[in-house]
Ligand binder design. Structure first.
Ligand code: GTP
Length: 185
């Protein structure tokens, strides 16, 4: 086991299937409102230290498979400190792909002796009225690098800042293994 030193900036990357709301989550965080029309990929965003709960400058990286090759995405994963794997709670196949594709992809692009923390993000909870937590337990058990699971909505701004805060905390206060499953409201 290799202990990584705590970085002075936090680099957060959002990955997941097309259309799950990665760009919307980033823009909702930054503008504090939901825009129906977002670009395919948000520019890299730097949040200054003094407006983050942990007082650490934070870079947020969007990924869009329509605009990037998998090699480019892999390079971004290598540079990131924490990976947010986003799925859409109303589309089961986007959660299935987290388990079958994205978690293995992240592992393949992280050092074998240091698994970067992963946050599982169920977006669009405004569209459903049932809990998604049961589906996630199995995945979190199989992949101990899963630090936290959070259900949120870029549209209603529910738990959006918490999601990014959880990602920061996973880097700055790494304790493995942690399973903190947040229930949707
Ligand atoms: P790619 O760029 O294709 O990778 O997609 P993306 O993951 O960045 O998704 P994007 O932010 O472009 O959102 C896709 C669609 O979902 C858009 O029509 C958004 O308005 C919608 N959307 C995003 N977040 C939410 C949400 O929380 N609730 C609802 N109802 N719709 C959302």
């Amino acid at each position: 086991m290799v202990f990584e030193s705590i970085p002075r900036t936090v680099r957060i990357i959002l990955l997941g299937e097309p259309g799950v709301g990665k760009t919307s989550l980033i823009l909702s965080l930054v503008t504090e409102e939901f825009a129906e029309n977002v670009p395919p990929k948000a520019e890299e965003i730097t949040i200054p230290a003094d407006v983050t709960p942990e007082q650490v400058p934070t870079n947020i990286i969007d990924v869009c498979l329509a605009e990037q090759t998998l090699e480019q995405v892999a390079e971004e994963v290598e540079k990131a400190h924490v990976i947010c794997l986003v799925f859409s709670v109303d589309r089961q196949e986007t959660l299935n792909k987290i388990a079958s594709y994205w978690l293995p992809f992240v592992r393949d692009n992280c050092p074998e002796d240091y698994r970067k923390p992963v946050i599982l993000v169920g977006n669009k909870i405004d569209l459903i009225d049932y809990s998604i937590i049961d589906n996630i337990w199995d995945i979190a058990e199989e992949y101990p690098e899963v630090d936290t699971c959070i259900a949120c909505s870029a549209k209603t701004l529910t738990k959006v800042s918490e999601m990014f805060y959880n990602a920061q905390k996973a880097v700055l206060h790494p304790i493995h293994p942690i399973y903190s499953i947040e229930e949707q409201e």
